[in-house]
Design a protein around this ligand. Structure first.
Ligand SMILES: NC(=O)c1ccc[n+]([C@@H]2O[C@H](COP(=O)([O-])OP(=O)(O)OC[C@H]3O[C@@H](n4cnc5c(N)ncnc54)[C@H](O)[C@@H]3O)[C@@H](O)[C@H]2O)c1
Length: 258
């Protein structure tokens, strides 16, 4: 099996609609051993959701903005597995005033929160997990919403995603010599808690399904989960610093065909 014996950390599973849930499900089906993390009050919901996976995994607490909690998770995974083969960063957050059309007037504190949680944290997590990855190498993956263009409503979350894309490239630069690959998957819009929290989400989703030549189902994160499995696997051994679109082909079209 593609991910046989891989030991993976999957962040960001909240509900069965979470992109990370699909990634976790596919990883288990392909033979990986996984541990989930989430933060604060979300942990109990993650525990409930974890029971719906083929083999319910353990859930640990990790606020990605808390270096001590990252260290504690590394120690626990080190004890358990002796090594980590990869992790999925499926985490984003922006305060309400950083989204939805207030771009020119968003206070720095809200921008800083969005950037720290949604972009900087990929680097914090990579640094935190390095001691249990550097001996054997591995693969780390983040989740992007294409930040090469400006979107309606997405505002400082879009700027944070541009940061995440750059963080991914810099991690590829610094971790490549240690055999660790860093890539990001740019997903089309999906009806998750995070997706639904974006005002005007429906309008973007509507255009998407019309323009994407393969079509796009906002209720099905499976295509994204499959791409994550590929990036976690040895089949992608030559790929790092890459942004892979899993969006039904939307990004490649100038306008919808009639
Ligand atoms: N839903 C979409 O349309 C879409 C599209 C492209 C990319 N993405 C990205 O996919 C990723 C996963 O989001 P999702 O759509 O599956 O939604 P989701 O709401 O299911 O997952 C977001 C997760 O981030 C976690 N999180 C927030 N702050 C955290 C913190 N400080 N520490 C640890 N965890 C924290 C939440 O608890 C939640 O589990 C995000 O990076 C999101 O931006 C989503």
């Amino acid at each position: 099996m593609l991910l046989q014996d891989k030991k993976l950390l999957i962040t960001g599973v909240l509900t069965p609609q979470s992109i990370a849930f699909s990634a976790a499900e596919i990883a288990q089906e392909l033979g990986a051993e996984i541990v989930l993390t989430n933060f604060g009050r979300a942990v109990s919901l993650t525990e409930k959701t974890a029971k719906r996976l083929p083999s319910p995994p353990d859930v640990l607490e990790m606020d990605v903005n808390d270096p001590e909690q990252i260290d504690a998770v590394r120690q626990e995974l080190g004890r358990r597995w002796g090594r980590l083969d990869g992790f999925l960063h499926a985490i984003a957050f922006a305060p309400q005033d950083a989204l939805g059309g207030n771009f020119l007037h968003t206070p720095w504190e809200s921008v800083a929160t969005a950037f720290q949680t949604s972009a900087f944290s990929f680097a914090s997590l990579a640094a935190g997990m390095l001691p249990i990855m550097e001996e054997h190498g591995g693969s780390i993956v983040s989740l992007d919403f294409d930040a090469q263009v400006a979107w309606p409503i997405y505002d400082w979350m879009g700027v944070s995603k541009a940061g995440l894309e750059a963080v991914t490239r810099y991690l590829a630069r610094d971790l490549g010599p240690k055999g660790i690959r860093a890539n990001t998957v740019s997903a089309g819009p999906l009806k998750t808690m995070a997706g639904k929290g974006i005002p005007g989400f429906e309008a973007i989703a509507d255009v998407w399904s019309r323009r994407a030549p393969l079509g796009w189902d906002i209720t099905d994160p499976t295509p994204v989960g499959r791409a994550i499995a590929f990036l976690m696997s040895d089949l992608s051994s030559g790929i790092t610093g890459e942004l892979i679109h899993v969006d039904g082909g939307f990004h490649a079209m100038g306008i919808e065909s009639s």
